[in-house]
Design a protein around this ligand. Structure first.
Ligand code: ZN
Length: 351
């Protein structure tokens, strides 16, 4: 998740790995630039950050003639998303940082840093997370733990057992028994679209939902994770939790298009693919259920895509609100059509 501090660091380093992830405007010159702009660096106090060129231009800024920020808007983020897709589809191969850097056309150093800034995980952690997601899905569906382990690309069950304490938080067999022993911390906060509950394991965010009351939200959380130990976040919340909450709040106010929370969600392989795809739909854009199905190579699976959207547990971070009917109608939304309409209008207004 990019915050002002990270953006300023990238500007100071003229880090081209961040080009397209954000833009910075300089009040005193009336110009906006890419992070890598070779021109003289402005003073921090005169700088503001923008997620899109349109947002910078709305404030009356002109594109810089040296770095031409308008020429490749969004390129950086698209590259990171492409890399995520690549990792997901090659998760049963050993992926080295060299290999991924060559694929992305970045130095290893840049890749590591920009990937982490945009996704919240290093490429290696992301690859491991993909394998774990796939394993979780397979474990829920399969009776045979060994087969599920192989299917998820771990290669051998000893490797997954070595890692499972650090990844699944429990061994595969216990996971199948309903995730008993899982510690989930949660907190509620008001938001422009109503009360919001965010919950996380120590691996990442597992639940973001809107609701009428704190009690109803807690009830929904406990239905989703019946065997987990649920604990309210201590006050003040941990730094990480606070950052996630702040990110969501800024997003809902239209101030932060990139909402890359580290996620800890489990699902079947197909749902996981749908959710991953949803995260590549650009801010302010929509796709139809059919588009998503076609993009996943299953053109007849539009209904299954709709069900995957409806079963999303992390609102906003997995932007299921960006999928609508082919006719242009909004379709459904787990948290109400008014919210879906408001989210889409908010995103559109920022472009
Ligand atoms: Zn410039």
């Amino acid at each position: 998740m990019l915050d002002a501090e990270q953006c300023w660091e990238a500007v100071r380093r003229r880090d081209r790995g961040f080009d397209g992830l954000f833009f910075f405007g300089v009040r005193t010159t009336g110009v906006y630039c890419k992070p890598s702009c070779p021109a003289r660096q402005p003073l921090r106090r005169n700088v503001r950050f923008y997620s899109t060129t349109a947002a910078a231009e709305r404030e009356g800024l002109r594109p810089c003639k040296r770095c031409r920020p308008e020429s490749a808007p969004g390129a950086g983020l698209t590259r990171i998303h492409e890399l995520c897709r690549y990792i997901e589809t090659h998760r049963d191969e050993p992926l080295t940082l060299e290999h991924l850097a060559a694929y992305a056309g970045l130095s290893r150093f840049h890749l590591q840093r920009t990937f982490k800034a945009a996704v919240g995980l290093s490429p290696k952690q992301y690859a491991d997370a993909c394998r774990v997601q796939s394993l979780k899905g397979a474990l829920k569906e399969s009776k045979d733990v060994a087969a599920a382990v192989y299917e998820a690309g771990f290669g051998s069950s000893s490797r997954v057992y070595e890692r499972s304490d650090a990844r699944l938080g429990m061994t595969p067999n216990r996971y199948r028994q309903g995730g008993r022993g899982l510690q989930i911390t949660y907190a509620t906060a008001p938001s422009p679209l109503g009360l919001l509950l965010i919950a996380a394991t120590d691996r990442g965010v597992c639940f973001v939902q809107f609701g009428k009351t704190a009690t109803a939200l807690r009830e929904a959380l406990s239905q989703e994770y019946p065997d987990a130990a649920l604990e309210p976040m201590r006050q003040p919340p941990s730094r990480e939790f606070h950052r996630w909450m702040e990110g969501l709040r800024r997003y809902l106010e239209g101030g932060q298009p990139i909402l890359a929370l580290p996620l800890d969600v489990r699902a079947t392989a197909f749902r996981m693919r749908v959710w991953n795809y949803l995260q590549t739909i650009p801010y302010g854009e929509v796709r139809s259920y059919r588009d998503v199905a076609a993009a996943l190579g299953k053109p007849t699976a539009a209904r299954a895509v709709a069900r995957a959207c409806a079963s999303n547990r992390v609102a906003l971070a997995i932007p299921c609100h960006r999928v609508i009917r082919g006719t242009g109608e909004l379709g459904g939304y787990r948290w109400g059509l008014d919210r879906k309409r408001a989210l889409l209008a908010m995103e559109k207004a920022q472009l």
